[in-house]
Design a protein around this ligand. Structure first.
Ligand code: SAM
Length: 342
């Protein structure tokens, strides 16, 4: 076979490739987590995206196919809560059928996994990451503000693993004054289960959460708390640009991760792009504006036009927000996490 003369995958202005694509399939969620979609901002009268503005499954599939020509191999579906988007397994099946997509995953709060895990797995989903912010109902319900108990999420994790979507990663955001007391109980619960618990520093994404630096429990504090009961040692990353720093329990009972985007920023290895449910491309989680891809998808742009456009955007990318975070940057009006996709 003659070698096809494909153009090299683009690098941004800091030499970073594009590997991961996170696609938000909805800006709606069945939780109202205090640090993400606080009820006072996301109440009954909140204007979510109208259905006609959401990218269709055909549009998302076309976009992902073009993104694979730029080097994307890993696709994560997120939101909002991705499982509230109707017929999600149909989208999974379409994306799983794209040649360049090597890893297809989903981030979810787990509530609807019991209902959908088997269909998602049958459609070609590989793994799930489930968010769970505490091990006790009082704390968890205060955080999710939707009356959902811990057992409901654990049942979702069980359903995912029964459907072969394991081993599960479990994400816990730690916000001072809310759930730092749950760090150790969560470590105890997941140690020895094969499920990898990852602690996430509370980040200044969006604007509605009124983020303050003193509410961040740092990775160092978390590691100290867990390590005092269960000694830990660092592990090498599984791949370049990995977001979580990995640690294993020295007694061989598993590993945990810390995602220290505030105290130990990792912009240098960031190979991620995000597409909102209405087709805006964001090259940084902390962006204040995106690039409208829906207009191109719904206009007369060919796939080659789309590819050239995306190459141009990625080639011009300069983002390194977490490295330059300061009093001024934290006050910027940034795009909400529920919209851009976590
Ligand atoms: N609804 C899904 C879920 O709960 O996993 C997917 C979307 S959610 C926005 C993705 C992840 O972002 C969750 O683990 C959530 O806890 C996390 N998250 C949201 N706001 C955050 C913030 N301000 N700082 C750190 N993590 C945040």
């Amino acid at each position: 076979m003659p070698e096809l003369d494909l153009p090299a995958p683009p690098r941004d202005t800091l030499g970073r490739p594009l590997h991961d694509l996170r696609i938000s399939v909805t800006d709606r969620c069945n939780f109202r987590c205090v640090y993400c979609m606080p009820r006072e901002f996301f109440g009954r009268d909140h204007a979510f995206l109208p259905r006609a503005e959401l990218l269709t499954f055909e549009e998302i599939t076309r976009l992902v196919e073009v993104f694979t020509r730029l080097g994307v191999e890993k696709v994560r579906l997120t939101g909002g809560e991705p499982l509230v988007r109707r017929d999600l397994p149909d989208l999974v099946a379409r994306l799983a059928g794209i040649n360049g997509v090597r890893d297809l995953t989903l981030t979810t709060n787990g509530v609807l996994l019991g209902e959908h895990a088997a269909a998602l797995a049958a459609a070609g989903l590989r793994r799930v990451t489930v968010s769970l912010d505490a091990d006790d109902d009082d704390t968890f319900m205060r955080m999710n503000d939707a009356g959902v108990p811990v057992a409901r999420v654990l049942a979702g994790i069980d359903a995912a693993e029964a459907a072969d979507l394991g081993p599960t990663k479990v994400n816990m955001v730690v916000k001072r004054g809310w759930n730092e007391h749950a760090v150790l109980p969560m470590a105890r619960r997941f140690r020895g289960t094969g499920r990898v618990l990852r602690f996430i520093e509370y980040m200044d994404v969006g604007h509605s959460n009124g983020w303050r630096l003193d509410e961040v429990v740092t990775a160092a504090e978390i590691l100290e708390a867990v390590g005092a009961e269960f000694p830990l040692e660092p592990m090498p990353p599984t791949h370049p640009g990995e977001v979580a720093e990995r640690y294993r329990y020295t007694d061989g009972t598993g590993e945990i991760g810390v995602i220290a985007s505030v105290s130990r920023p990792f912009c240098g290895g960031c190979s991620r792009a995000r597409v909102s449910a209405d087709g805006q491309l964001f090259t940084c989680l902390f962006a204040t504006a995106g690039h409208d891809l829906r207009a191109l998808l719904r206009g007369d742009a060919s796939d080659a036009d789309l590819e050239a456009h995306l190459r141009g955007i990625w080639g011009a990318r300069t983002d390194r927000y977490s490295e330059i975070r300061s009093a001024e940057t934290t006050g910027l009006v940034k795009v909400e996490m529920s919209y851009i996709g976590g």
